[in-house]
Design a protein around this ligand. Structure first.
Ligand code: NAP
Length: 302
């Protein structure tokens, strides 16, 4: 006799969460969802998900709960806050936090959940909104090996490169490694495009010529074409990118490691936030360099 699998819970249906939750549904996992802004639940409800009233209400019905919200205080709010998951968490439940937050706070949340007999994996992701939609995310997981095995079918529905990197908090630390690489690539892309513009090059041909070589990157392939169209729609906002660099710089300070390039980029993003551009995509980093250089990318006029 086949039994219907127990529903899994999903909290946070933003740019990332909505694609990830959709892929879980597509893979056949019954889903209970909660989002602070209720309207964002509607498309998933139309596909068969059920809505919870609060994170606590969701926790009462699910053995596995995924969170994907913005920042450390937001994860604390949905797990530990009023009507949060911890209020009604089931014994032996597994909470998988796929947001990017502080490694230290992750360990503290894990301790509180452990005291209620529940488990936490930190499983932040990379691959952008495109990866969330297509189910091709890279997922870096910290926590207990048995809980990692338990979570694997869900990770496989959302991602392609799934790596158990160490104990609780290690997933978040690896994600910060990833973000140091991402912003370095974003700065290199921005300088290279401005240099090409100033040199009178055909920007599309330039991208075609260099994209597959040693200078290629995910950032160049996915975001340079957007820059050429001056399309600043976020896959990942400047505000969230700034948050990740703040986490990286804080961790680096605790470790005593200098991150010279990363702190420069952190401050360039800050200038854009000060101009009210925090909601732009992170590739709008180029606007800070355009301002310094006194030229703009204009693919119609090399
Ligand atoms: P987003 O589109 O801004 O969505 C944020 C989600 O968090 C929304 O569902 C929002 O609810 C919810 N939220 C925020 N604060 C909350 C609170 N205090 N209580 C309850 N819910 C709250 O962000 P995103 O791009 O999906 O990013 C989500 C996480 O994934 C972040 O940690 C981000 O760093 C990480 N990430 C993003 C990308 C990317 O390319 N976008 C890539 C890798 C990792 P509302 O709908 O009510 O605002």
């Amino acid at each position: 006799m086949s039994s219907t699998p127990a529903p899994i819970g999903f909290i946070g249906l933003g740019i990332m969460g909505r694609g990830m939750a959709h892929n879980l549904l597509q893979a056949g996992f019954p889903l209970i969802v909660w989002n602070r802004t209720p309207a964002k639940m509607q498309p998933l409800l139309e596909l068969g998900a059920r809505a919870a009233q609060y994170p606590a209400d969701l926790a009462a019905q699910c053995d596995v709960i995924i969170t994907c919200v913005s920042d450390t205080p937001d994860v604390e709010a949905v797990i530990l806050g009023e009507n949060g998951v911890i209020d009604q968490v089931r014994s032996n439940a597994l909470i998988i936090d796929m947001s990017t937050i502080s490694p230290q706070a992750t360990r503290e949340i894990a301790t509180k959940l452990n005291q209620k007999g529940a488990h936490l994996l930190d499983a932040p992701v990379s691959g952008g909104s495109e990866g969330a939609q297509k189910g091709t995310l890279s997922i870096m997981v910290g926590g207990d090996a048995a809980q990692f095995e338990r979570a694997l079918p869900y990770f496989q529905a959302m991602g392609k490169t799934i790596t158990h990197v160490g104990d609780q908090g290690a997933g978040q630390t690896v994600k910060l490694v990833n973000q140091i690489l991402v912003v370095g690539n974003a700065l290199a892309m921005s300088e290279a495009l401005l240099f090409a513009q100033a040199g009178g090059l055909d920007l599309e041909k330039t991208l075609k010529a260099v994209g597959g070589g040693a200078g290629g990157s995910w950032m160049l392939s996915n975001r340079a074409p957007q820059i050429l169209k001056r399309d600043w729609t976020p896959g990942f906002t400047i505000d969230l990118q700034q948050k990740d660099l703040r986490l990286a710089l804080k961790a680096a300070d605790q470790l005593g490691v200098p991150l010279l390039g990363t702190s420069l980029i952190f401050n360039l993003y800050r200038t854009l936030q000060a101009q009210g551009l925090g909601g732009d995509g992170n590739h709008a980093l180029i606007k800070a360099l355009e301002h310094l250089a006194g030229i703009e990318i204009d693919s119609d006029h090399p």
